[in-house]
Design a binder for this molecule. Structure first.
Ligand code: NDP
Length: 255
């Protein structure tokens, strides 16, 4: 079977939060499919180390450390790409954080932090990317949602509010930018083995609950997002727009 439909050669992909976890796995998968990667994270040392590892593996990679909630830094990064002649063809809005506590205990500051990191960031980077994609009549935007885009669980109210927002922001991007040749879609991961879930992974009670709910009877591995990400970044998805693909071992279907 030809894989040309999924070939990302000649494309540049910016993946926010790609110095670790799911973002890194997505970035690696896209690099293997031929894309040039721009690695991002908050910690500049971790970004630099990731870039070095990508290059050592023979991939084309550069790094740009910024906090996705820092609007001037995000805008500044896109302006730097302009000056350097770098066109972002694929934007993956992946950077995100989780905070767990009962809704009545959340401070407004904590609420804002989760909303800004998980949702407002996708608006800001998405807008900057689209302003440049629209004249080129081409672009792929992939927003990372969650099962929390569809479902509520106790203790993660701001996260589910943000991820529900991601689902509808993705739809808005799709309907506004479709005529300009841009496709905006989302991926909703289930429970995946990353640092974000460190505390849950070692909690037997949570593991019992999870195994009773996930038809696949296991946690997801970061690499298991790569297929959906490459599909949504490639020509294979040119008529797919505004959708969320859940990669969750069947969990949503079983709820
Ligand atoms: P991790 O905590 O493992 O990694 C987070 C990554 O995002 C790191 O690279 C981190 O950079 C970066 N990051 C965090 N905050 C910012 C910020 N303000 N600006 C720039 N980069 C930032 O998270 P995951 O890989 O697990 O999660 C990635 C995405 O997937 C998130 O949007 C999350 O909500 C979503 N998701 C995860 C699930 C899971 O089970 N793991 C399930 C559903 C959705 P640094 O190294 O510098 O800190």
């Amino acid at each position: 079977m030809s894989t040309a439909l999924f070939d990302l050669s000649g494309r540049t992909a910016l993946v926010t939060g790609s110095s670790r976890g799911l973002g890194r796995a997505i970035a690696e998968g896209m690099a293997k499919a031929g894309a040039r990667l721009i690695i991002n994270g908050v910690d500049p040392d971790r970004v630099e180390k990731t870039v070095a590892e990508f290059r050592a593996a023979g991939h084309q990679a550069d790094g740009v450390a910024f906090d996705v909630t820092d609007e001037p830094a995000v805008v500044g990064a896109f302006e730097r790409f302009d000056r350097e002649g770098i066109a972002v063809d694929i934007l993956v809005n992946n950077a995100g954080i989780q905070r767990r506590k009962p809704l009545v205990e959340f401070t407004t500051e904590e609420w804002r932090k989760v909303i800004e990191t998980n949702l407002t960031s996708a608006f800001i980077a998405g807008r900057e990317a689209a302003r440049r994609m629209i004249p080129r009549k081409r672009g792929k935007i992939i927003n990372i949602g969650s099962l929390g885009s569809e479902l509520a669980r106790p203790t993660i109210a701001p996260y589910t509010a943000a991820k529900g927002g991601i689902r509808n922001l993705t739809r808005s991007m799709a309907v506004e930018w479709a005529q300009s040749g841009i496709q905006a879609n989302a991926i909703g991961p289930g429970y995946m083995l990353t640092d974000m879930n460190e505390a849950l992974m070692s909690n037997p009670e949570f593991n019992n609950w999870l195994m009773s709910r996930v038809p696949a009877k296991r946690w997801g591995k970061p690499d298991e997002l790569v297929g959906a990400a490459i599909f949504l970044a490639s020509e294979a998805s040119n008529y797919v727009n505004g959708q969320t693909i859940y990669v969750d071992g069947g969990m949503l279907a079983a709820m």
